[in-house]
Write a protein that binds this ligand. Structure first.
Ligand SMILES: Cc1cc2nc3c(=O)[nH]c(=O)nc-3n(C[C@H](O)[C@H](O)[C@H](O)COP(=O)(O)OP(=O)(O)OC[C@H]3O[C@@H](n4cnc5c(N)ncnc54)[C@H](O)[C@@H]3O)c2cc1C
Length: 261
């Protein structure tokens, strides 16, 4: 490690007055610092800030505070009842230790191309609530490790509309359990949304699958969609063609799961 200053504010006003890189669960930031991929001069620890953690369900909305740990989302009876796919997604992140420390706010701010939560936020058409504004999911994820957040902007919570049905199916990268490919399918009041993680530079919606499933919500309709692999990731774990095949198969499985639920 190297020298950096550290502050641990207790209130949102104190967070606003501080400057530096936010520390949430540390599951991405600390390894990056160890590898010198990130070298912040100042750390602002969010772990003691009042009011940033917690789950509130009201009517057709589920709001999850930024500092809510993955394990708490997975174990929440309210999330399990309102959006079971979201609770299952959180319960499938990494391992027990990662789920005990990692937070939804940290995951979204980090926007790892293979992270699970971004697909739920995009697939459900959620809203990211910051200390300055509200950002629609369609505008939030902007590229590899890049979001609409500005310097010093803090995610306070995420607001999910409750869908009619949803499912998240992930094909795990076996060493890390990140998504080699993950597909989140939701039947929302605005139609079917399909969000794909792990396959591109950042999470993305698949227009072809959405159009097909809006016409006919069946696995056969998803299977008939040709998945273009020209802009998909290719690395030592999987070729672009393999990832394209996974997008198709995982979408079909998600649809089947939703139809049988
Ligand atoms: C072994 C391992 C396996 C993993 N497997 C998976 C997996 O299967 N699926 C998956 O989705 N993820 C996985 N992760 C990542 C994990 O979910 C992390 O918790 C997540 O990426 C970062 O959350 P964090 O709370 O630890 O954030 P931190 O590491 O503390 O912060 C990450 C970044 O977000 C910023 N930040 C944090 N909170 C806020 C906020 N409220 N507002 C603005 N910026 C903020 C920080 O400044 C930093 O830049 C894995 C991680 C590890 C180490």
């Amino acid at each position: 490690m190297y020298a950096f200053s550290y502050s641990n504010p207790r209130t949102l006003d104190e967070v606003s007055a501080a400057s530096g890189q936010f520390l949430a669960g540390g599951q991405s930031l600390i390894p990056s610092m160890k590898l010198r991929l990130a070298q912040p001069g100042a750390i602002v620890d969010l772990n003691q800030v009042d009011g940033l953690a917690g789950i509130r369900v009201s009517g057709d909305q589920v709001e999850i505070g930024a500092m809510t740990r993955h394990a708490d989302v997975a174990a929440s009876r309210e999330v399990q009842a309102a959006i079971p796919a979201l609770a299952e997604l959180a319960g499938g992140i990494g391992d027990r230790q990662v789920r005990a420390r990692g937070t939804i706010g940290g995951s979204l701010a980090n926007n790892d191309p293979a992270a699970c939560y971004p697909s739920a936020v995009l697939g459900l058409g959620a809203t990211v609530v910051t200390n300055w504004r509200e950002i629609a999911a369609d505008d939030f994820f902007q590229g590899m490790y890049t979001t609409a957040l500005e310097e010093g902007e803090l995610i306070k919570a995420v607001r999910f509309p409750v869908p009619r049905k949803a499912a998240y199916i992930k094909f795990k990268q076996p060493a890390s359990r990140f998504a080699l490919v993950g597909v989140f399918v939701a039947q929302t009041t605005q139609g079917v949304r399909v969000a794909v993680t792990g396959a591109g530079l950042s999470v993305f919606r698949h227009a072809g699958l959405e159009a097909a499933l809006n016409q006919s919500f069946t696995a056969a309709a998803a299977a008939a969609v040709l998945i273009d692999d020209s802009e998909l990731n290719s690395d030592l774990h999987a070729s672009a063609r393999y990832r394209a095949q996974l997008i198709s198969v995982l979408t079909q499985r998600a649809v089947d799961q939703m139809l049988s639920a």
